[in-house]
Design a protein around this ligand. Sequence first.
Ligand code: 4AZ
Length: 265
Amino acid sequence: MRTTLACLLSAIGLLAAAAPSSAIVGGRDASPGEYPAVAEVTLGGAFGCTGTLIAPTWVLTAGHCGSLTGAAVATPIAWPTPLIDVRIGSITPGAGEHVPVRRALIPPEHLATSGHDITLLELSRPSIQAPAPVAGPSETALWAPGTLETIVGFGVTEEGGDAPDVLQEAEVPIVADPDCEAAYPDEFDETMICAGYPEGGVDTCQGDSGGPMFGRTATGALRVVGATSFGEGCARPGRYGVYARVADDPLRSWIAAQAPAGVAG
Ligand code: 4AZ
């Protein structure tokens, strides 16, 4: 009995220690119609992710979202398409345009590592929403270190917290690769890019996975420069958010090979 109580108390202590340092974390409600390309992606009726319509028939999300084994180990084995629910263009969960998925493609390299963390969902018909493509080869300046990017998602607003009633958005700066590698020495590879503040406070979190990190062209058009991937907790100091490096090779070329219209020219 005493042991049980001690176990319970230490479990509560551990839970408290893992509690959030702050409350997308540190964001705000998106406005209606602000992000028509952002999609809510639900796998197997329960597992929630975010995605982006990058071309009329293509949604980009995370590899660990599309992967049937994603919760345990990274593999390119996708969920059966009837179990993938995509709703596009609404800031309210469950309210977006529902379009059935025809195919789910995961890079073969998304195997047993945290890298190559993207899935492409081919839709059975074109969405009526306006897409936001991946930044093209001539747009690398849009994600230079220090550039403020916009992160958007349906994920929780604090570590271990609840999902919001409205799509969230926030801004975070791109982190130089050596600093990202220093934060995640065991995981970092060429298919990742970090964003966030050294002091934390603003970040993606659970449920934002696969969602966009947007840059903007000189005329204000949205370009996807990252897809939310992972991080140690959310918004913790020194623990940047890690994003799939979709606007750089090898991921950009892989996306362009499957969905040519999904990458800007
Ligand atoms: C997640 O569990 C998750 N702070 C997504 C993003 C981050 C952490 C966790 C980055 O889907």
